[in-house]
Write a protein that binds this ligand. Structure first.
Ligand code: ZN
Length: 328
């Protein structure tokens, strides 16, 4: 008799619905991806999630697999009971005041556990990935924005009523620029991948301006297509020693390290796990972030903290969502 537990893990994003049939060891037996139709309507998105659930249920029944339930990570703020998406998901139209967990229980006929997407990713990395074996983990994902999760004693900490751990929006620069959240000077505005690109472009434009004034003595920037700049572009130039890329990436790591130092001083975690595209740039990147973080953190708080790259890539969300059924 096979006593292995299986669950459906769903990672909902503004672009796609990732879904998988996962067992308690973290193994994927089936996985798929559908467009989320987030720009259409909340009902269209629920339709896509239902499609994902029925694909996995079909596979499970064909293979005699009994499912424990459905775990889902969604953008936005989820109520403390994990039943309702309250709001805050700008990337999905109408995604607010939605009793999503109950709706999915009706649709799937299975118990549903729901959480915020970044929290689910952090949980996935803690249970199955770079945080494995640790009970106290801070996860941050550095992409268009900065999201994160805090795991204390093996459990997600999300503040009273699940309203906290907006790690990208801790204040970094007191008189800083306006952030997307409405405040100023947030970590996300200075240390996200988008911020790296923005600040590189500003430097490149400035350089073009000054070199055209000095009649082409430095022609290296002329003709650079700044619309093509992304994180990878800057990392590639950094590896070639390009001064603007070096300055931009060093500044980015300094900002990020500053933010991480704050998390170390508050939580003193065993691991800080960094996810997102830049974290896969290579060991040198994590090394630069680590150096900055350790420079700013209090040594006594940082004594047990390792800073590492995430390991699960875009599977972290599904794994974390499904793991809710394996922890008890
Ligand atoms: Zn902010």
């Amino acid at each position: 008799m096979d006593n292995t537990r299986y669950a459906i893990g769903i990672d909902l994003g503004g672009t796609s619905v990732k879904f998988a049939l996962i067992d308690e060891t973290g193994r994927f037996h089936f996985e798929g991806i559908l467009p989320s139709m987030a720009d259409v309507s909340a009902e269209a998105v629920i339709g896509q999630i239902s499609k994902a659930v029925s694909e996995v249920k079909d596979y499970a029944s064909k293979h005699g697999i009994v499912l424990c339930g459905v775990g889902i990570g969604t953008p936005g703020i989820v109520d403390a009971a994990g039943r309702i998406v309250l709001g805050g998901a700008e990337n999905i139209r109408g995604w607010e005041n939605l009793p999503l967990a109950d709706r999915l229980e009706e649709i799937s006929g299975l118990p549903v556990v729901m959480g915020n997407d970044a929290n689910m990713m952090g949980l996935g990395e803690t249970v199955f990935g770079a945080g494995k074996g640790a009970s106290d983990v801070v996860f941050i994902t550095v992409g268009t924005g900065i999201g994160g999760a805090v795991v204390i004693g093996g459990k997600l900490f999300a503040g009273y009523a699940g309203r906290g751990t907006e790690l990208g929006h801790v204040p970094l620069i007191a008189d800083g620029e306006k952030c997307a959240c409405g405040s100023v000077g947030c970590l996300e505005h200075y240390a996200s991948a988008s911020a790296l690109v923005r600040r590189y472009r500003e430097r490149a434009l400035e350089k073009m301006r000054t070199s055209s004034e000095s009649a082409g003595t430095d022609g290296s920037r002329t003709g650079e297509d700044l619309s093509k700049v992304d994180g990878k572009y800057i990392v590639d130039l950094y590896k070639k020693g390009d001064p603007l890329a070096v300055a931009s990436l060093e500044e980015h790591c300094d900002f990020l390290g500053h933010g991480i130092a704050g998390f170390i001083n508050i939580f003193s975690p065993q691991r800080i796990v960094i996810g997102g595209g830049l974290s896969q740039a290579g060991d040198f990147y994590i090394g630069m972030v680590r150096k900055a973080a350790m420079r700013y953190a209090m040594p006594d708080c940082a004594v047990n903290t390792e800073i590492v790259a995430a390991e699960l890539g875009n599977r972290a969300g599904c794994l974390g969502a499904a793991s809710s059924f394996f922890l008890s």
